[in-house]
Write a new protein. Structure first.
Ligand SMILES: Nc1ncnc2c1ncn2[C@@H]1O[C@H](COP(=O)(O)OP(=O)(O)O)[C@@H](O)[C@H]1O
Ligand SMILES: [Mg+2]
Lengths: 395, 226
């Protein structure tokens, strides 16, 4: 009997009792699926941490401090702030820069038609997807690259001024003294890149504009310094000496610490769920053992016939062991796929863009654990099958 | 070829040992067509289980082809059985979730014969027992006589040295019994296969070249057939 024959025989016997086989598999599927789900999410968190806090080759790390003004249009950081920070933290910081804001920048004194209003601008480097355009034309890549003074208006905003938003097309919008021609109307959507009132080329917006103010400050922390502790010190310093400290507040959003705590929670969860899955697999294993004992006693005649026509005890042992292992391994693989699916769905629902990550070694884990369950709980019934007394069976 | 000397067999029934076979001494030559008769419970099955290398727990000597097999290891003993004996049982003993061809192929599969050869050999023996073309059928779709033919095909597919049939016609009507007996006879005369058939039907017994009679575990007569 070669291996493919043995597989065929085992497969056939499992199929002969489909419902029983499926019910026995469920426990394995649940156990493996839950472990894979939590591991995949844990992998995602770790991967996120690595990509987010990649230190550069020289060991430097970058962090950001943001300023939130009491009034929308206040720009918190000034060149003198930068000079002071550079002087104060010369050892810890290698670079202090304004960050060019690019989304939801508050602008006031915008003239649209006959009105003067305030609004928000998002700057583009790449064109908006055409699907979001409602009327007129989209901005093209060459519009963005060649400093064309064209703009897209959100339909809600346009409606406020012109009764029908498409009437805005071709009119002028003046922001920071620069006049832009309205090329198209788009549908703004909250919580996306396209939630602002205006979309303008980033190059055009900052062209000829000397950065002397910003709401975000970018720090590069020198090698060997804790990025978050240095940044916290800078925040503390700014609270005492920052030029606009009375007009708003400085904050440091420590994503590292948050991800670290998520990661710790994931570790604890992984242990917890693995323990529960372990119990589930143990109970499932006992189910497999039970099913195999029933199968062996139901198929006494078959065992006798096989022994009488030339099967060795080893052949019989392998046949039943393979049946148990095939059952648990198919459960394991199904569980793996389900776990992968569940973790992908969950990752859509959690913040910080954490993706479920499943690796080949996770697959091997599912495969290994399920075959181990099959072997451990299948060996006793299989041994019993192979030790059946031929004469008693054939009587 | 088969030579039994003073075989005694005991079975434990509860606390006490029951003496089933008493001093059986017996020789069977290659190519013989032997019948074993006796009342139910007289020990016929017990005896052929010993002859067919299914049972090795007895006292006495069994010399097979000039070799005393009493001292064989279990492995060698199993090998001996697989190489030399084909079994036919009263209730056919076919595996019901396998096709006719798969049932017949079993001995060859366990012997490690190549797939192509197996298919060819199986068709040959099915032809021989009069079931050519039934390869794909399921045993339960066949009549009793046909099922017994399948089990005979399975017994001879590996070219065994001898065939053992324990009441092969016990579950068949007289017409079908006659057909099955004719098949055995044909295998014996054409292929010179040694055949040992247990029966308690005197009509069957009459057709044998040689007839052994057992009563209460003792061999009481050994006669040439007519
Ligand atoms: N495995 C066994 N354990 C105990 N007693 C047995 C066993 N097999 C057979 N016997 C007894 O041995 C006797 C002979 O049985 P058997 O050889 O099957 O008779 P036959 O085939 O001639 O009808 C019977 O009394 C039966 O009860
Ligand atoms: Mg009997």
């Amino acid at each position: 009997m070669n291996y493919s024959d043995l597989f065929k025989v085992a497969f056939k016997s499992l199929l002969a009792n489909k419902r029983r086989s499926l019910l026995t598999m469920i426990g394995i599927v649940i156990g493996i699926a839950s472990v894979i789900t939590i591991i995949a999410l844990g992998n995602g968190v770790k991967q996120k941490m690595i990509s987010e806090f990649k230190t550069s080759n020289s060991g430097e790390q970058t962090t950001q401090i943001t300023f939130s003004g009491k009034e929308d249009s206040t720009q918190g950081f000034t060149t003198s702030d930068i000079a002071k920070i550079k002087q104060q933290f010369s050892k810890q910081l290698t670079q202090v820069k304004f960050k060019k804001d690019s989304s939801d920048i508050s602008v006031s004194d915008v003239s649209v038609g006959n009105a003067t209003l305030s609004g928000t601008v998002t700057l583009l480097k790449k064109p908006m997807p055409n699907s979001k355009l409602k009327y007129g034309h989209n901005l093209t890549q060459s519009d963005l690259d060649l400093n064309q003074k064209v703009i897209l208006l959100s339909s809600d905003y346009a409606k406020k001024i012109y009764k029908y938003s498409q009437n805005a097309i071709g009119t002028a919008v003046i922001i920071n003294g620069i006049s832009y021609k309205v090329k198209g109307i788009y549908k703004s959507e909250s919580y996306t890149k396209y939630s602002a009132n205006f979309l303008v080329s980033k190059k055009t917006y900052y062209a000829g504009k000397k950065m002397d103010q910003s709401n975000t400050l970018k720090l590069t922390v020198a090698k060997g310094n804790g990025a978050s502790s240095v940044t916290k010190k800078v925040v503390k310093y700014l609270k005492k000496h920052g030029e606009n400290r009375h007009l708003g507040s400085y904050s440091y959003f420590d994503e590292g610490a948050i991800l670290k705590s998520i990661s710790t929670i994931m570790d604890v969860l992984t242990y917890f769920i693995s323990a529960i899955a372990g119990i589930s697999l143990f109970i499932a294993g006992i189910g497999v053992m039970n099913m195999m004992y029933i199968s062996v006693s139901e198929r006494t005649q078959e065992i006798g016939i096989r022994l009488a026509v030339g099967a060795t005890q080893k052949n019989i042992l392998w046949q039943f062991l393979l049946e148990a292992v095939m059952l648990t391994v198919s459960g394991g693989i199904t569980g793996f796929l389900i776990g992968w699916g569940i973790s992908s769905v969950i990752s859509l629902a959690i913040p910080y863009h954490i993706h479920a990550v499943v690796t080949f070694s996770n697959f091997l884990l599912a495969f290994g654990v399920s075959s181990a369950v099959g072997i451990i709980f299948g060996i006793l019934p299989a041994t019993q099958a192979s030790k059946r007394n031929l004469i008693d069976i054939l009587r | 070829m088969i030579s039994l000397k003073n075989i005694n067999k005991y079975y434990k029934q509860g606390e006490q040992e029951v003496h089933i076979l008493h001093d059986i001494t017996l020789d069977i030559q290659q190519g013989e067509f032997v019948g074993i008769m006796g009342q139910s419970g007289s020990g016929k099955s017990t005896l052929i289980n010993i002859i067919g290398f299914l049972d090795r727990e007895y006292k006495g000597d069994y010399v097979f082809k000039e070799d005393n097999i009493v001292h064989y290891t279990n492995k060698k003993f199993t090998y001996l059985r697989n190489k030399n004996v084909g079994f036919v049982f009263q209730n056919f003993k076919l595996i019901n979730n396998l096709s006719v061809a798969e049932n017949v192929a079993l001995p060859l599969m366990y012997a490690g014969v190549k797939k192509k050869e197996v298919t060819q050999r199986v068709s040959e023996v099915l032809e021989k027992v009069g079931l050519g073309g039934y390869e794909k059928s399921i045993p339960s779709q066949l009549s009793g006589g046909q099922q017994q033919r399948v089990s005979i095909a399975r017994a001879i597919v590996g070219n065994p040295t001898f065939l053992i049939a324990d009441e092969p016609t016990g579950a068949l009507d007289s017409q079908t019994s006659a057909e099955i007996m004719a098949l055995f006879k044909q295998l014996n005369t054409l292929n010179h296969t040694t055949i040992i058939i247990v029966t308690h039907d005197p009509n069957v017994g009459k057709q044998m070249d040689r007839l052994l009679t057992i009563l209460d575990g003792r061999l009481i007569s050994d006669t040439e057939g007519e």
